[in-house]
Write a protein that binds this ligand. Structure first.
Ligand code: RP5
Length: 162
């Protein structure tokens, strides 16, 4: 099946965060594609990517970036697809800069903004799966299995010292 989720990030240095998105998409068997697309260093590529995303079959875009994190917002400005923004934890400001850059979109162009770092990266994949599940029921099934397994793992390990 061709990719349904497009995962983009502003730099190779974002991979250590967005790899968690890919791990979950792989686990849930969601068809995806992944690449580096920078709002600042490759703006023309970003516009091309966003404009071609829907015509080529993508249904959700996950965009991760850090610092002056304009990638998710500019991507959302050029596509009607849902864009999930993952703030990467920056070294200078711990990702608060990334979070505020992504979350404070003007009314009219939304970006669904996740938590800073790994939690946001994981949840972006889960949210994308939830969105896709409205059209492809097997992805809701996969998501429910994931959550059930998660619950069972917590219940089976109540002692925080082990
Ligand atoms: C952003 O600048 C990227 O998303 C990255 O988080 C940050 C730093 O990029 P590098 O200088 O590490 O390539 O565009």
């Amino acid at each position: 099946m061709s990719a349904l989720v497009g995962v983009i990030m502003g730099s190779k240095s974002d991979w250590t965060t967005l790899c968690h998105t890919i791990d979950v998409l792989e686990e849930l068997k969601i068809p995806y594609e992944v690449s580096v697309v920078s709002a600042h260093r490759t703006p023309d590529l970003l516009f091309q990517y966003a404009e071609e995303a829907a015509p080529k079959g993508l249904e959700v875009i996950i965009a991760g970036a850090g610092g002056a994190a304009h990638l998710p917002g500019m991507c959302a400005a050029k596509t009607h697809l849902p864009v999930l923004g993952v703030p990467v934890q920056s070294s200078m400001l711990s990702g608060v800069d990334s979070l505020l850059s992504i979350v404070q979109m003007p009314a009219g162009i939304p970006v669904a903004t996740l938590a800073i770092g790994r939690a946001g990266a994981v949840n972006a994949a889960l949210l994308a799966t939830s969105i896709l599940g409205n059209k492809y029921p097997e992805y809701h099934t996969a998501l429910n299995h994931y959550r059930q397994k998660q619950t069972e793992t917590v219940l089976a390990n109540p002692d925080p010292r082990t």
